[in-house]
Design a protein around this ligand. Structure first.
Ligand code: SF4
Ligand code: SF4
Length: 137
């Protein structure tokens, strides 16, 4: 069962860059990955199989958990907008093309994201931020 927002807010995000969804403010953000990039980047974790005359691909790491018809994927890629993204179900890897998509971006409050590390991609770890406070002398 999906936890209620009030329950989630109490949980300290120790490794937010590893999470695939966040509900810590008024919106709901999901990480999404672009399966077309798996082929473009020749990711070694792509698997494929044939069934009833169609070729399907998937991700061995289960970054996304659907299997896609390659012909339909390529046909969609030829159209404007392309195939698009699918929801990540496991932590994306550095070779994935990943973005954060807010389901209700217009409902965000004026403080903005309270979990900015969620947006950081898993390129190298551990991950940290440096803040500089500049004061006029
Ligand atoms: S690891 Fe990332 S790039 Fe590789 S197949 Fe899975 S989703 Fe695609
Ligand atoms: S805007 Fe930030 S805090 Fe709000 S749900 Fe998205 S990642 Fe979480």
């Amino acid at each position: 069962m999906q936890p209620q927002t009030s329950e989630v807010e109490c949980v300290l995000p120790l490794r937010p860059q590893d999470e695939v969804a966040c509900q810590r403010c008024e919106v709901h953000c999901d990480k999404v990955v672009y399966p077309s990039a798996c082929l473009e980047r020749a990711c070694p974790f792509v698997y494929s199989y044939e069934d009833h005359g169609h070729t399907y691909i998937g991700c061995m790491q289960k970054v996304y958990d659907v299997e896609l018809d390659v012909d339909l994927l390529r046909a969609a890629e030829r159209r404007r907008g392309g195939f698009g993204a699918v929801r990540a179900t496991h932590r994306p890897l550095p070779m994935c093309r990943v973005e954060v998509e807010a389901c209700y971006a217009t409902r965000g409050d004026e403080l903005g994201c309270v979990n900015p590390e969620f947006y950081e991609l898993p390129l190298g770890e551990p991950n940290f931020r440096i803040f500089a406070e500049l004061k006029a002398s």
